[in-house]
Design a protein around this ligand. Sequence first.
Ligand code: GLC
Length: 575
Amino acid sequence: MPKRRRKQVLVSANEAPGKDAPGWWKSAVIYQVYPRSFADSNGDGLGDIGGVRARLGHLRDLGVDAIWMSPWYPSPMADAGYDVADFRDIDPVFGTLAEAEALIEEAHAAGIRMIVDIVPNHVSSEHPWFQAALASPDAPERDYFWFRPAHGDHMAGGDNMAGGENMPTNWTGEFGGTTWTQVPDGDWYLHLFTPQQPDLNWEHPVVRAEFESILRFWFDRGVDGIRIDSAALLFKDPALPEVTDGEPHPFHDLDAVHDVYRSWRRVADEYPDRALIGEVWMPDVERFTNYLRPDELHAAFNFDFLGCAWDPALMRACIDRTLEAHAAVGAPPTWVLSNHDVTRHVTRYGRADTTFSFDNNLDRTPVDLELGTRRARAAALLSLSLPGSAYVYQGEELGLWENEHIPEDRIQDPMYARRGHTRDGCRVPLPWSDDEPPFAFTEGGPWLAEPSLAEPSLAEPWLPQPREWKDRTVQAQTGDPNSMLELYRRAIRLRRAEPGLHTPEMSWLDHGPDVLAYTRGPDFACVLNLSGTAVPLPDHVSPLLLSGPLEDGGLLPPDTAAWLRLRQPRSTQRE
Ligand code: GLC
């Protein structure tokens, strides 16, 4: 009996993780490219598709399974491209549609899938629909948005004026500030983000049909997945009530949104092996996993994990919560440490308060970057060995920290004016080589596909890079066995080769309350020491990968993780 069971494990291990296996998103390593900061191929100081194509080798060497591209569409860039004027084209800053198609093809040839970012909650105020809506109060396009007259019926009390005069509601926007702007004919329109991002009316069939057509547009071009921006915000209570404790929220997570994702799922299912991945910020785990029911989205970002403190009990509880909630709906968990909206985790983990939330602004509180880096290395081994898919935000593999010293006159993030916190510090252009800025982010060097296109003089990168990043360039770290880059490369390679990491199985080992230790299959274990003292490792035949050196006697130091071989895999054991 036990013999047979072992055999079954071997069979499933041998099947995985082929890149062509159905359900690639269930265990993929997905790398987020923030195109304006990845690599600049034309010397204007802003990254572009040419830069991604030229640097694709970096992603192939890293071993990622897929790229998620943050928005690359035509945009006035009021919110760095999350204000889209045309979902079927590419902003000239980034290149052309033909270049995007070439990138999709080249990524596929390198064995890398492509995910594009769709923003359904709002469009740019320059979008033709909104321009038409502005042109006349009678334009049918007004109904595609949330236009409301001043002094709506529900305003009978007349005291709801905090944001100006006669605003339809007193809601606070997602970036802070008010959510309504008045147009010259007296009506107000709703924008949960900036005034340049008017919210769409998802009750309208034209809006629904348009987005299904946009999905098909990109699926037809071969993209393998869609990342859905602000996925829980689409619907609003048409009665426009104020936000009141204990009452249903008027614009977060309304039930009607699920019907949209069911129809998107039907569209995705018309194509082989396409994935829908939701950006769903939701404290309630059950409400969160509603988005992952079998006929809705394939996956969603785990912000619970991202925001969790560097604390053994809290992390273990978060992992358990994640696994249980996802198992209940049959969806793969995801593990996310950073993205383009949040403080880089090297910085977060180096602070006294290691949590992340938009509500606790910890900017410029003291940071121990050495400690943050040590923990970030250990966190990489954690997130890359838990069951499910893992996300890597560009620069995380280089151990970049938040640039908290961007001069105020260079800050571009619209959140800054409203909340006093900027997301620009995690969006700083990547350092590739050389000893000083721009670290070959923008250059006319030999790697350029067409060097003749380079501007004679190169513009400064759009955000300043810390000079200290000279040790964090791809070039400086390549071949250095102690570098963050080589740690990520080795971890991703091992993840691919290690049979235990291809099973959904995970079991906690009891190694004391301050150590997270678990097995994946019979041969593999991960141990993360979150206590203040070095601890012995569980019995094993050899360490596979360490986030930092062991102490004398083979003890695992604090804030360090190890991947262990527990016994020789059965295929290499003597019968
Ligand atoms: C999402 C994006 C963020 C953007 C916002 C509005 O949260 O990740 O960058 O500002 O939506 O589109």
